[in-house]
Structure formats: structure tokens, C-alpha cells
Ligand binder design. Structure first.
Ligand code: ASP
Length: 343
């Protein structure tokens, strides 16, 4: 007899598990028992569901590399005992956590599905029930004995996305996430239709877990009128190792001599400067316009079509794992977990 599938739910916090304070109307986190009470349907699945709850649960604005490590360690410890994992997480920083987990967990052969909701599970019109129930089904789904989606994904409002390709783009709509540069991994309608060619294949090798992040990074968003003082101050932060330079369009930046000089000095001093576009769709193409040729010459690294969420977590991950500076530069321009399309 084949063993019954088992899914582990890890509840970190966020709206999905929140209840309204009857007096103030404010949303407060509730304990996990609330979720299973609110969704008795989950008891009808033909697979076993276990759960772990963070104590205390957190709003995802309080997420941190330390908590990503905590999550990765839970998955590592429980990896052999479960067929898949569902992480209930606030939507605000879900794309960052999904990206971080994708880098931390190499050679996944089991699904890690992150989900949450815009309305608390206790509300009549909640989107949390469907998100949770379908995530469970995806986490347990197998074909020929193998997981159908063996990667870190985000499920929200009938769509399954590659986690490190997502961003939260709407604070109110149930359809809160987008993956502008990569197709959905599955669509849930009457059936869950998997987009098999888009799903990251399992390498078949043993899981490797990396738990070091270097937080000595920042983002510098360009805008017309940005002053030299601001650029200089950011690029010269004491101990800073990496900067995500949020550029215009296909990776363009001002051509003022002072700007290029600041960037060049920073790179000469050992700073890694990673070019990621402020546009959510499309790719950085350094050298396409005059306005990015100087960046290329100065040694700025192209982030191609990576999201800012994946880019900043990738920087922290690479800088935290003792790679040489040439390896960091090489890997920033290489797709490690399907997070970018290099072309
Ligand atoms: N502020 C909440 C959080 O990110 C919103 C949500 O759960 O969607 O934790």
C-alpha cells in the first residue's frame, strides 16, 4: 500500500490568520487553531496535514533574514517526513521570503507553496480559504510518484507563480501578485492546470540548505533630480558591500559626469553595483542606449529581468556565502533558481 501523502503547514502570521478586535476593529493575529476551525474542509483531503505555528506570529513587515533561516531550518528538519510544505505568510513581503527561500534551498524535489490572503479567514468574503485549500492541494500533488511543482512558489487568487518572479502589486485586490517576466506555473479553475514546461525541474540531487545572508546591502532608486549628495552618501555607507541600483527603463541612468564618477569610485572601492530596472516588465539591456553604456564600462552588473525582491535577496545570499568577488559577479548574472532570463 502506498503511504498517505503528508503536508506540513507553517503559519508565520499575516492577514490570513487574523481576527478583528470587536472593540477597536483593529486586526490582531490569532493562533493557528483558528485556521483549522475556520476551514473544516481541509479535513476532507485524502492526505494528512500537520501544522506548526510561529510563536508569536508576525506581520510580514517584520520578516528578516533570521526568520528566513528559521523557516529554511524547519523545512530542512522536516524535509524527509513530508511530501510538501505550505507557508502561510503575510502578503506584503511574501515575494521577498519566496525569493530568499528559493536561494536557500537548492535541489528541491518537494513543493514549498507560500500563500496568504487580503481578507482574514474569519471574514465571510475571505480569499484566504481558496488560497489555502488550493495551496494544500498543490503541495500534495504528484505525478508518477514525483511532486508536480518541486520549487518555491506563491499561490494567490487562482494563480500559481514561481516565487522568485513575483511582486505584490496591489494592496486591495484579491489578485495581489504579478509575475511580469515569467508565466504562471498553474491556473486553478475547475481543475488545476499545471504549466509543466514552465516548472523548474528537480535536479534529483540531495537538498542543500544555505543559511547565511549578508545584510550589508541597500537599494538606490534613481529619479530625475537625484542629487550628488544623496548618491554619494548611499554609495559610501560604512561597510556596504552591495547596491541594487534601480534604474530607468532598460537599465538607464543619468549621463552626468558626477554620477558616473560616483558609481566608478564605488566599484573601484569594491562595491557590487547591480542594475535592476524600475519597470516591472522587461529586461535591463546595458549598452542599448548611451545612458547605460557608461554603467557597463564602470563595471555595473546587469540584473536582466530579475525582480527587486529577488535581486536584493540574491545579493544578500551571495555576499553571505563566502564567494569570491568574481563568483558573486558571475552568479548575479546567472539564473540560479529560475529567477532571471539571461539574454
Ligand atoms: N500586513 C499583512 C502582512 O503582510 C498583510 C497581509 O497579510 O497580506 O503581514
Amino acid at each position: 500500500m502506498t503511504k498517505q501523502a503528508e503536508v506540513l503547514v507553517i503559519y508565520t502570521g499575516g492577514t490570513i490568520g487574523m481576527v478583528e478586535d470587536s472593540k477597536s476593529g483593529a486586526l490582531n493575529p490569532f493562533d493557528f487553531d483558528h485556521l483549522s476551525k475556520q476551514i473544516p474542509e481541509i479535513n476532507r483531503f485524502d492526505f494528512k496535514i500537520d501544522s506548526i505555528s510561529f510563536d508569536p506570529v508576525i506581520d510580514s513587515s517584520d520578516m528578516s533574514p533570521e526568520i528566513w533561516v528559521q523557516l529554511a531550518n524547519i523545512i530542512k528538519d522536516k524535509y524527509e517526513s513530508y511530501d510538501g510544505f505550505v507557508i502561510l505568510h503575510g502578503s506584503d513581503t511574501m515575494a521577498y521570503t519566496a525569493s530568499a527561500l528559493s536561494f536557500m534551498l537548492e535541489n528541491l524535489s518537494k513543493p514549498i507553496v507560500l500563500t496568504g490572503s487580503q481578507l482574514p479567514i474569519g471574514k465571510i468574503r475571505t480569499d484566504g480559504k481558496e488560497n489555502f485549500i488550493t495551496s494544500l492541494e498543490i503541495a500534495a500533488a504528484k505525478k508518477d510518484g514525483k511532486a508536480i511543482v518541486p520549487e518555491v512558489s506563491v499561490y494567490f487568487e487562482y494563480q500559481l507563480y514561481r516565487g522568485n518572479r513575483t511582486h505584490k502589486f496591489n494592496a486591495e485586490h484579491f489578485e495581489a501578485f504579478r509575475s511580469a517576466n515569467y508565466p504562471t506555473l498553474a491556473q486553478a479553475g475547475v481543475e488545476i492546470k499545471y504549466n509543466t514546461p514552465a516548472i523548474y525541474p528537480s535536479s534529483g540531487q540531495e537538498l542543500r540548505v544555505f543559511t547565511n545572508f549578508d545584510p550589508a546591502v541597500t537599494m538606490l532608486t534613481l529619479f530625475p533630480g537625484i542629487s550628488r549628495d544623496v548618491v554619494h552618501a548611499v554609495l559610501n555607507i560604512d561597510g556596504l558591500k552591495g547596491v541594487l541600483l534601480e534604474t530607468f527603463g532598460s537599465g538607464n541612468a543619468p549621463t552626468y559626469p558626477w554620477f558616473i564618477e560616483e558609481i566608478q569610485n564605488a566599484i573601484n572601492n569594491g562595491l557590487v553595483v547591480y542594475n535592476v530596472s524600475q519597470c516591472r516588465g522587461g529586461s535591463v539591456k546595458m549598452g542599448k542606449y548611451e545612458t547605460s553604456i557608461n554603467l557597463l564600462k564602470a563595471g555595473v552588473i546587469s540584473g536582466y529581468d530579475i525582480t527587486r525582491e529577488a535581486a536584493i535577496t540574491k545579493l544578500m545570499y551571495l555576499l553571505g556565502n563566502n564567494y569570491s568577488s568574481s563568483q558573486v559577479k558571475k552568479y548575479l548574472q546567472t539564473s540560479l533558481r529560475g529567477e532571471m532570463t539571461v539574454k
